[in-house]
Design a protein around this ligand. Structure first.
Ligand SMILES: Cc1ncc(C[n+]2csc(CCOP(=O)(O)OP(=O)(O)O)c2C)c(N)n1
Length: 637
């Protein structure tokens, strides 16, 4: 006989306080409802699916056992927080995830008191949690701090810096290692192999054994010195795990989909632990949704999809994506030059380096989520005469800035930096926008900084970078597809520091750096039609600047506008500095169009460019304003 359907629980638990009123036996049903809700929401918005599905039980268990938001719950990366959002008063807005004016796809302090720490870049949770645990100690509160971090995020150095510090401080911090044996791609590295050994070598820890052990070792009444001695002895005798050696009480592995495992362990830790604890929880990415479980990437990030079949909406591209042009050109150049090697920091698919890996597996390195290491590793290869392409997203390169400065630039090493996702990225919002790379790279002596205006230019830049051995060189290109321009069979080697005039005019000069060129050309049509003869130039280089080109534009036009999809301090500022020092500013009307000096929220990139005034209309209106003309008058000529 089939069971009658149970009354939905989710409607009764808008907040964790309500969830804490449920019986333990109700929680599996709640988990099923949260999963269904999440699958339905993401099928409409697109977004991160697999990671959240894997932590449904864990999220419910944590909110059930701990007193959130007073107890602080921090999700590393934050891409697995959709179940958390559903359970923390945001269910009514869950179908606005990642949309303009909607919920963020990550945790955000500004969004909810249940998000005590914002994230999106990985491996920060243990550091932030430690800060909060120490604050709680200093404030003499009884607050617990829980950091949930994935096995992929555990490949970053920062996680170990934090563990190292937490062990030494003996802080009351709970780290939950959510081990689903996946990063975005399958995880790489010795640590991943170590976790797999831990997970397979031990059977799941029964809560009775564990409870006894924990109370014995960490019981509140046990003197800390004795506790430490016992722990130490235990480690010594059994060999201990790495986490134990670092001063953590290490529990696990436990089954992260079983409330029978999760609840007693978490309750025990809540009630008895007074030093750092690491709970190793084994979960399955994509759990509970067959298409996700079956997919190679466990549906890490998805477009809108059909819930029944799992089939994702496919947008028919008009042109190849910049990423694929980069990846194919790199393979083409690598076939001709065996010194070319590729490096990715856990993004083989996102950067397109999986293509290089499939052709030259021994010349492509996935170093894990370890951007700092990726850059210095590339520097080592360059020092030995190799031609490393360290392919990173603009936003993640930020993390490796000192390595770029100290290990690469100061030593003048020819590391090539393909910078993907430059400019607005859309749904991922301000944490992922590629805003600052031109600013922070063009300020470095000896760096060559390029931006591709279209996909053919990108092909030239890959070849130029491969051929350039005199020092570091970067080239930026955006997310998404190119403009559909005809592609050369092979890229050309560009002359370093030389831009190009794309369209000649006489009164207005638009000087573009990167893919805003297309909008500059459209704006030029409007301006020409309004009687303002317009020159459009593609700078190609923010460093070294094409001084002759800039001088010529400044001297022979009434107004010069620089346009770039980057923050203030980048290309436009370099141009302005040059013009000022060259004495060319007098009498020239110059305007610099950049991203606005605010953290812009998620929206479609074209909408963000329009808000920023970086699109066709924005460029035209800037010209009219600079000339003191109203838009309507201007358009009428
Ligand atoms: C510094 C940084 N580099 C790269 C990324 C891109 N990224 C997002 S999630 C992810 C994988 C994280 O794996 P894991 O921590 O195991 O979480 P899971 O998705 O498996 O739950 C990566 C590489 C990032 N967010 N931050």
């Amino acid at each position: 006989m089939t069971q009658p359907p149970k009354t939905p629980l989710l409607d009764k638990v808008p907040y964790p306080a309500d969830l804490r009123k449920l019986e333990d036996r109700d929680l599996p049903q709640l988990a099923r409802e949260v999963r269904d809700e999440m699958i339905d929401a993401v099928s409409k918005t697109g977004g991160h699916l697999g990671a959240g599905l894997g932590v449904v039980e864990l999220t419910i268990a944590i909110h059930n056992v701990f007193n959130t938001p007073e107890d602080r719950l921090i999700f590393d990366v934050g891409h697995q927080c959709y179940p958390h959002k559903i359970l923390t008063g945001r269910r009514d807005r869950i179908r606005t995830l990642r949309q303009e004016d909607g919920l963020s796809g990550f945790t955000r302090r500004a969004e909810s008191e249940y998000d005590p720490f914002g994230a999106a870049h990985s491996s920060t949770s243990i550091s932030a949690g430690l800060g909060m645990a120490v604050a709680s100690d200093l404030d003499k509160t009884d607050r617990r701090v829980i950091a949930v971090i994935g096995d992929g995020a555990m490949s970053a150095g920062m996680a170990y810096e934090a563990l190292n510090n937490a062990g030494a401080l003996d802080a009351r911090l709970i780290v939950i290692l959510n081990d689903n044996d996946m990063s975005i791609a399958p995880p790489t590295g010795a640590m991943s192999a170590y976790l797999a050994r831990l997970a397979s070598g031990r059977t799941y820890m029964g809560f009775r054994d564990f409870g006894k052990k924990l109370t014995a070792y960490l019981g509140k009444n046990v003197d800390r010195a004795i506790t430490r001695a016992v722990e130490h002895a235990r480690g010594y005798v059994t060999g201990g795990t790495m986490f134990e050696e670092m001063g953590f009480y290490h529990i696990g592995p436990i089954d992260g989909h079983s409330f029978e495992h999760l609840l007693p362990v978490l309750r025990n830790v809540r009630d008895h632990a007074n030093g750092p604890v690491l709970i190793h929880v084994v979960t399955q990415k994509g759990k509970g949704y067959a298409p996700a479980e079956a997919a190679a990437d466990k549906y890490h990030g998805v477009n809108k999809f059909d819930v029944i079949t799992g089939a994702q909406a496919k947008v028919k591209p008009n042109a190849p994506s910049y990423t694929s042009v980069f990846a194919e050109t790199l393979v083409q150049e690598a076939e001709l030059d065996d010194k070319i090697v590729g490096i990715t920091a856990a993004m083989p698919n996102g950067t397109g380096l999986d293509k290089l890996a499939s052709v030259f597996p021994s010349r492509c390195f996935d170093v894990g989520i370890a951007e700092q290491h990726a850059v210095t590793f590339a520097a080592g290869l360059a020092a030995e005469g190799f031609k490393p392409f360290a392919a990173l997203y603009s936003t993640f390169l930020q993390r490796a800035y000192d390595q770029v400065v100290h290990d690469v630039a100061i030593q003048g090493l020819p590391v090539r930096f393909p910078i993907d996702r430059a400019g607005f990225v859309g749904a991922d919002g301000p944490t992922h926008a590629g805003s600052f790379d031109t600013t922070f790279l063009a300020t470095l002596p000896g760096f060559v900084v390029m931006a591709a205006a279209d996909e053919a230019e990108l092909k030239h830049m890959v070849r130029t970078a491969a051929a350039y051995d005199a020092g570091p060189i970067s080239f930026r290109y955006p997310r998404g597809e190119g403009v559909g321009i005809e592609m050369p069979v092979r890229g050309e080697i560009l002359q370093i520091g030389k831009g190009r005039v794309v369209k000649e005019g006489a009164k207005v000069a638009l000087l573009s750096f990167g893919t805003r060129l297309a909008d500059c050309l459209l704006a030029a049509e409007d301006l020409d039609a309004a009687g303002l003869s317009t020159t459009v130039a593609d700078a190609r280089f923010a460093k070294p600047l094409d001084h002759d080109l800039i001088r010529q534009l400044a001297r022979h036009h009434e107004i010069l506008i620089t346009v770039e999809e980057g923050a203030v301090g980048g290309f436009g500022s370099q141009v302005m500095q040059f013009l000022a020092m060259d004495g060319l500013l007098d009498g020239l009307k110059i305007r610099s169009l950049v991203m606005p000096d605010v953290w812009m929220e998620q929206a479609k990139p074209e909408v963000m460019n329009a808000h920023a005034g970086l699109d066709r209309a924005g460029i035209v209106s800037t010209v009219f304003k600079a000339l003191g003309r109203g838009l309507a008058v201007g358009v009428a000529g």
